[in-house]
Design a binder for this molecule. Structure first.
Ligand SMILES: [Ca+2]
Length: 118
């Protein structure tokens, strides 16, 4: 699964608690992220086990947008950088979860992490 992690438009993430980071999950042939994912199962962070998603209700409301111009709606979830377990200098972040049928999914992206407030 292809994901893209950004704080605003940059890959550089301020690890301060409360920093909102967007994680785009790209749909592809045979996989529609907004429909096929079990949204309650998603975890994101240093190891992919962290409960860092910012949820509005349960399972929460997330954004959809055609991020990459391929005509397929992609899913955008938001996480609190302070809950990801990421440390300054980490260069990778991981998203894990399940499809609605229970199949586990995994994605990772390059990140640049900076100390809180720097
Ligand atoms: Ca797309």
């Amino acid at each position: 699964m292809r994901i893209d992690v950004r704080q605003g438009s940059a890959h550089k993430i301020d690890l301060k608690k409360g920093t909102k980071v967007g994680v785009t999950i790209f749909s592809q042939i045979g996989f529609a992220a907004p429909q096929d994912l079990d949204l309650t199962s998603l975890h994101f962070g240093r190891t992919g086990t962290e409960d860092s998603l910012i949820r509005r209700g349960n399972p929460g409301k997330f954004d959809t947008s055609v991020v990459d111009g391929d005509g397929r709606l992609d899913l955008i979830v938001y996480v609190d950088a302070g809950s990801t377990g990421l440390r300054a200098g980490d260069m990778q972040a991981v998203l894990t979860g399940n499809l609605l049928g229970g199949t586990p999914i995994y994605g990772s992206d390059f990140v640049e992490t900076i100390k809180p407030g720097k």
